[in-house]
Every structure is written in C-alpha cells, then in structure tokens.
Design a protein around this ligand. Sequence first.
Ligand code: GRG
Length: 332
Amino acid sequence: MAKLMKDIEVPSDAPKEILFEKHVQFINEYGKDEDNFEYGMTDYLRLSGMYWGLTALELINAQPSQCKDNIIDYVKKCQDTNSGGISACTGHDPHILHTLCGIQILAMYDRVDAIDVEGVVKYVKSLQQPDGSFSGDKWGEIDLRFSFCSVMTLSLLNRLDAIDLEKAIEYVEKCKNFDEGFGSRPQSESHAGLIFCGVGFLSLVNRLDIINRDSLAWWLCERQLPSGGLCGRPEKLPDVCYSWWVLSSLAMLGRLHWVDGDSLKTFILACQDAEIGGFTDRPGNVPDPFHTIFGLAALSLLGEKHIQQVNPTYCMPQSVIERLGLKPQILT
Ligand code: GRG
C-alpha cells in the first residue's frame, strides 16, 4: 500500500519530562562567546534570538544571566536614529522583524520608555504601501509576515491609529486562499507559519470574522502526523516550531482541542536535547533558541502547569499582555 504521509519515528529513549534546568543553562550559555564563529555568523538574527531566549526564560520563570539594563541598552543601541526602526544588531539596517522583537523585549521588561517610541511609529508607518501591505524594510520585500509584525508592534505601543488599518485588513484578506489558509502574498500556497501571521493579524484588529474558522481549523488539525508532531503544509515532515504556529492559530480560533494534545506533547518532549538542553526541530537534531521558545510556548498552550501561560497572539507571557491592558480577539 502506498505510504500516505511522510513522518518520523519518535525514539523510545527520547526525553519524556521537561528538562527545565537544562533549558535555562542552554539559553544562558547560547551565544555567550562573542569570538565564536557561529556568533559572528548569526549577527543578522541577534535581536530575534534575544526575544526567543528571553521569552523562553520568562515562561519558565527563570532569569537571564545578562543584567536586564544591559539588554535594554542593547535594544536601544539597535534603534536607527534616522528611520526610527530597529535592527538585528548594531551596524545593521533596521527591519520590521527586529523592530517587533525589540519592542517585545522592552514591553516584557516594562521599558518601552527607553527608546524613541515616536520614531518606531514613524518607521512602521513608512513601510505601509498604497495597497495596504507592508514591506519588511526600505528595500521593499512584501510579505504577510510584515503586515503582522507591523500591526503587533503598533499594538504593543497602543498606536494602531498611525496606519491605514482598513487597507491593511483588505490586503491580509487577499492573502487568504480557497482552503481558508494564508500564504505570504495573494495566490501563494497556504503555510502554517503564514496562517499564524494571518490569524494573529486578524486577532489583533478584532476581525477574525473574516475567516471561516472551522474550515481553517480542519486544515490546521490535518497537519498532525501519526508521530504526534505537526507539519507546516501537506506532505512535509513535522517540526517543533509548527507546534506553535498551528496550535496558537487553533487557540485563537477556539479549536485547540481539535488536535491530539497527548501525542503532540510526546513529540515535543522528544525534541529536547538531554545533554545540553534546548529543543530541536525533530528528535536527535541540534537544539537552538528558535525551536526552544516555540516548544515551550506550545507546551504552555497544552496546559503544562510549570510553564507560565502564553498569549497565543503575541507569543508573550499572558501576564505581560494583561499588564499592558491588551485584549486580542480569541474565539471560544
Ligand atoms: C512569534 C510573535 C511572533 C512573531 C513572529 C516572522 C513571524 C512572526 C512568523 C514567521 C512564521 C513562519 C513563516 C514560520 C515558518 C518558519 C519555517 C520553519 C519555515 C520553513 O519553511 P520551509 O518551506 O518549511 O522550509 P517546510 O516545513 O514547509 O518544509
């Protein structure tokens, strides 16, 4: 009989509990050695990496080894005084992906006041195009991810009034496909990562009514494979990060219970590195902060009691979202 879907085997000796202490050690050690080759090669991810690692620590109630004032100072140094945008690291061009990460870090530590907020607002506004879409930076690439990041940045700053929201919504609606999924641009293939961006955007602007939620929830829960893991689109392998992109979208749509939480949890736990800590994409691979935050955040959505509650729209601790008085739309 033909094999219907690609999948992997979860090894029987893979971790079955959350290795909290190992993860704290892994994140705090990651990227400490500035003379290391990998450190130099990942400059372009620095601020995103900080958001992933610091949020992961916060969710498991641990402290960063770096002093928080230094972290805030670093974000501040990454703000470009001309455009107002924030870059991945000092000396790089600003980009909306890193602008959002910078603001998420500052919001989490209640220190948005440390930077030029009006500069950030001006930057995000400058990225909006006449058709409502957003470019990632001044070089002009358009992607649904950038619509989501722009709107989330402004929402964290309470400045959604700064852009043409109706046009922005119109563009996001054009990225929705016949299967109710979202692609990176109009007519692009539905992909779970972009679905998170589309659903997240609509949750932020209170317009989840645009989606036929059961059709989309069905597409999303069909991403679960016999191993328990979730993939990002049909015929692809499972990857821990989709535990977040798929599960958070289902949570916003009020359909989290449509996946088998027990087998997903087994898959996520199996993706931990028992020696050095951190999560990998699939069992046995090399861990990194990206898969670590999304593994832990997905476990939080699954109700793991020793992990802080995460907000499915912002991927930040629910306590922070409440402190900021934000109320993204979450269907029940
Ligand atoms: C987390 C608050 C928050 C914001 C982030 C930038 C962004 C907003 C979301 C990105 C969503 C996305 C596109 C995720 C997918 C990442 C990924 C693993 C892409 C790999 O693509 P392929 O085609 O993967 O190599 P598959 O699994 O389809 O083979």
